[in-house]
Write a protein that binds this ligand. Structure first.
Ligand code: TYD
Ligand code: MG
Length: 460
């Protein structure tokens, strides 16, 4: 009898180890190495392997120039924001993971998509989390066309593959990966071995048969997929859907995308009447519902997300602290960047902020790492510090360097144009971005250094 080999894998990075260890040698994560049970079929395949078996392998080698270029035909999800984040729609044969916390809208978005495209693309929605009745109720509530969509409640991946084969469908939703199981693999659903094998067998089938798979995954509190990271590596794309705190908006971003950019931000609005997730096609100013009166500490920034600009308000509150180590808190903006900007303000702007508590917030629940928020953030902090409001028709963008210089950012003219369209009259921006072709109706105020920007603030 063949000796039973026990393997260990890291639940985080998926690397294999010959023995158990408290810390993974590859990714240094603690308590993530678990025993891995090999499926029976895989064990048998390993017996008696010799290179002779692979004698025909060279036949698959081609010259790169001999490969015929076929333009990958994509199909639309009927939701412009979903398409945008995917890179222009779904590619046949691709495996897309859709991850998010409970209630984010994963089941809603995928059911909507399938109902709306199933008259063109044969589709099936497979759920292991909800009953047929629940899915039907959801579809009725969302007012979706249901006559062409197949649905099934199943959690055995082999049964699912048999079903896909029989129905000859081309688009499949699996809700969710954590609820699936492979009958030949030991361990409970959601465990490392199950997730890995289920994902692998589904992906293999999708690639061989040109079936598009939308696989729903749950995430943990920190936003990573609940399970081994190897699941992310197997899929072609991994999209995250997140609720923007305190609003009805959801943001959709790609963490990985083999068929498009990972910079695009998709915005969806949940309709209050039935929970339908509608694409927000023009998000330029949706986060700009400001109060009528100008307040100290408020300034508008022009973010650049993927291929469009968005105007968002930044709020700051600067208050004197009676602690030796005053608090500095950033919500929606990078904490380290905030600390750096405070240091730049003290060193190059001669502002004594060392004894001030600081709270900054990107209004609307968005999160950004766009460095063009530096200049409006600094102006909003100075406005709060001086207790002087900036008029509401002013906005700014620009990166601030460590020596106090204001650095240009990409797509300056597009940001200025967007601000002009939204009725802003003054735009403080890096001299390198101040274009002569700026639209009428907006005055561009170029600044080269932090001192320049602070002088302009004093003149307002
Ligand atoms: P859902 O798509 O079920 O989220 P997920 O699959 O990611 O866990 O739910 C999305 C949102 O829809 C959730 O915030 C609550 C809302 N919702 C309703 O308003 N009514 C309903 O009957 C259901 C099921 C959900
Ligand atoms: Mg769900």
């Amino acid at each position: 009898m063949a000796k039973k080999i026990t393997r260990f894998v890291c639940a985080d990075c998926g690397s294999e180890h010959s023995k158990w260890a408290g810390q993974c040698q590859d990714c240094s994560a603690w308590n993530t190495v678990v025993e891995f049970k090999e499926p029976r079929a895989a064990k048998n395949a390993k017996n008696g392997t010799s290179l002779a078996v692979y004698a025909g392998a060279t036949e698959v080698v081609r010259k790169l120039s001999d490969v015929k270029l076929e333009d990958t035909p994509r199909f639309s999800t009927n939701n412009s924001e979903f398409d945008r984040v995917l890179g222009g729609g779904l590619c046949p044969g691709s495996v897309v993971l859709l991850a998010g916390t409970p209630g984010a809208g994963k089941s809603t978005l995928t059911l909507q998509t399938l109902c709306e495209v199933s008259h063109q693309v044969q589709s099936v929605y497979i759920s292991a989390e909800e009953s047929l009745n629940q899915i039907a109720m959801r579809a009725a509530r969302l007012n979706l066309p249901t006559e062409h969509l197949h649905i099934a409640v199943e959690s055995d991946v082999l049964a699912i593959l048999a079903m896909i084969e029989k129905l000859q469908v081309k688009l499949v939703v699996i809700d969710s990966l954590q609820a699936m199981f492979h009958p030949d693999v030991q361990g409970a659903s959601g465990g490392v071995s199950q997730l890995r094998e289920c994902m692998q067998i589904l992906t293999q089938y999708a690639k061989q048969n040109d079936v598009t798979l939308l696989v729903i995954c749950h995430t943990t509190k920190d936003g990573s997929v609940a399970g081994p990271r190897v699941v992310e590596h197997i899929g072609d794309a991994m999209l995250m859907i997140e609720v923007l705190e305190g609003s009805r908006f959801r943001e959709l971003r790609a963490q990985k995308n083999r068929f498009g950019s990972t910079n695009e931000l998709g915005l969806l609005a949940m309709m209050p009447e039935n929970g339908y997730l509608k694409a927000v096609t023009n998000p330029a100013a949706i986060f700009l519902n400001r109060s009528r009166e100008p307040h100290p500490g408020s300034m508008v920034a022009a973010l650049w997300e993927g291929s469009r600009s968005m105007l968002v308000e930044i709020q700051s509150l600067v208050v004197e602290s009676n602690q030796g180590n005053p608090r500095r808190l950033a919500v929606g903006l990078d904490q380290n960047r905030l600390n750096m900007l405070v240091a730049i303000l003290m060193r190059h702007g001669n502002l004594a902020m060392f004894d001030q508590e600081l709270y900054v917030n990107l209004v609307g629940g968005l999160k950004t790492s766009d460095p063009s928020t530096d200049l409006p953030l600094i102006l909003s902090m100075v406005s709060s510090f001086r207790d002087r409001a900036i008029p509401q028709d002013w906005m700014a963008f620009g990166e601030v360097g460590l020596s106090g210089e204001i650095r240009p950012v990409p797509s300056g003219l597009e940001r200025i144009n967007q601000a002009a369209r939204q009725g802003f009259k003054y735009c403080v921006c890096p001299a390198g971005n101040a274009s002569k072709s700026a639209p009428e109706g907006i005055t561009v105020i170029p600044v080269e250094t932090l001192i320049d920007a602070l002088d302009k603030f004093e003149e307002i």
